[in-house]
Design a binder for this molecule. Structure first.
Ligand SMILES: [Zn+2]
Length: 244
């Protein structure tokens, strides 16, 4: 048995290593990265407070300002954009086409209806909306939101969205991120009230990358090395989804 074991080990060692580019290439794949909210939203309530149809009979504001850290030094809109740009670079390095809702943080909106439409029109293979939560201060950690069944939903899209959510959670766990202690089920949450998920025709998730109202999460969100680590984990989740 010992000899067989060594032989198996030798085969393993002598087998050519698969080229990294071949196993993680995203050539031909389209990813829509939707950085939640926008830095100019607070100054333009007349735009973002317009009521839109978020699907499933839900009527809500066109967009919202998002949350911020308790010390007000980091807004969710700025954090979301920083993360979207980091993930965009990593996906483009792997050959993916990346469609972005926004690349600056001084604009207004767009409405959640328009955000969903951008991903649909791009025929995105995966849609990821990047957010950070404003939960109770004692709760920490990320959670991934996937669409629940509503009238007219496509079961295949729902299943793909859930698979993307599960792979995203495991990739965040694999890179040391901890799932939320205050919401969801071990880092996953199914919702039927979000326009970005209800109105999308593509596999779509929201990632709430942490709780900005929690001191520990807020400290990590301000750290560039932490942002890079989380962006790497999100990229890994997309690679796993798009290559499987
Ligand atoms: Zn948000």
């Amino acid at each position: 048995m010992r000899i067989l074991g060594l032989a198996a080990l030798a085969v393993l060692l002598l087998a050519p290593a698969p080229a990294r580019a071949a196993t993680t290439s995203l050539a031909g794949k389209v990813v829509f990265l939707d950085a939640g909210h926008n830095g100019g939203n607070a100054q333009h309530p007349e735009v973002i407070n317009k009521i839109v149809d978020a699907g499933n009979g839900v009527r809500k504001a066109c967009d919202t300002t998002g949350t911020e850290t308790n010390d007000r030094r980091l807004t969710e809109a700025a954090f979301n954009l920083s993360m979207a740009i980091r993930v965009q670079k990593k996906l483009q390095q792997r050959g993916a086409t990346v469609v972005m809702t926004r690349t600056t943080n001084d604009g207004v909106g767009p409405c959640i209806t328009d955000r969903a439409a951008i991903g649909n029109q791009a025929n995105a293979d995966a849609v990821v909306s990047l957010h950070a939560d404003g939960g109770r201060p004692g709760g920490r950690g990320f959670h991934v939101i996937y669409p629940g069944k509503i009238k007219g939903s496509d079961p295949a899209r729902l299943a793909a969205s859930r698979r993307l959510a599960v792979l995203m959670r495991s990739s965040l766990w694999a890179r040391g991120e901890r799932s939320a202690t205050y919401i969801g089920d071990h880092g996953l949450d199914e919702r039927t009230d979000l326009g970005g998920l209800n109105l999308s025709t593509r596999p779509a998730i929201f990632i709430e990358m942490g709780n900005m109202r929690n001191a520990g999460d807020a400290r990590r969100m301000k750290n560039g090395a932490h942002r890079e680590k989380v962006a790497g984990a999100i990229t890994l989740g997309l690679v796993r989804f798009l290559r499987s």
